[in-house]
Design a protein around this ligand. Structure first.
Ligand SMILES: [Zn+2]
Length: 95
């Protein structure tokens, strides 16, 4: 099966997992994680490619991706926004 995939989304998801390991956020529940992803992805250029499941990025695909620095700075910014106004009361995380 072929799928249309936003490679930016894949690498931002991976970067977010790393980031959450050392960032001190008030909440990292499923809802807050997707809120952070949505905010960050709206500010990063999408990079669509057709791929087969599990396929590794080809060189030309990875070349046009936003830099790690750019991705991290968008994640920091998005996390701050979510931390300041979470989509749910902080005493009841959404998982
Ligand atoms: Zn949360």
């Amino acid at each position: 099966m072929f799928e249309l995939k936003n490679i930016t989304e894949t690498i931002v998801q991976e970067a977010l997992q790393d980031y959450l390991r050392h960032a001190k956020l008030p909440c990292t529940c499923a809802r807050c994680r997707v809120d952070i992803l949505a905010l960050a992805l709206n500010r990063l250029p999408p990079r669509y490619a057709v791929s087969q499941k599990g396929e590794i990025l080809t060189e030309w695909e990875s070349r046009a991706l936003p830099s790690q620095t750019r991705i991290i700075s968008e994640l920091v910014r998005a996390s701050e926004t979510v931390a300041n106004s979470p989509s749910h009361p902080l005493d009841s995380p959404v998982n």
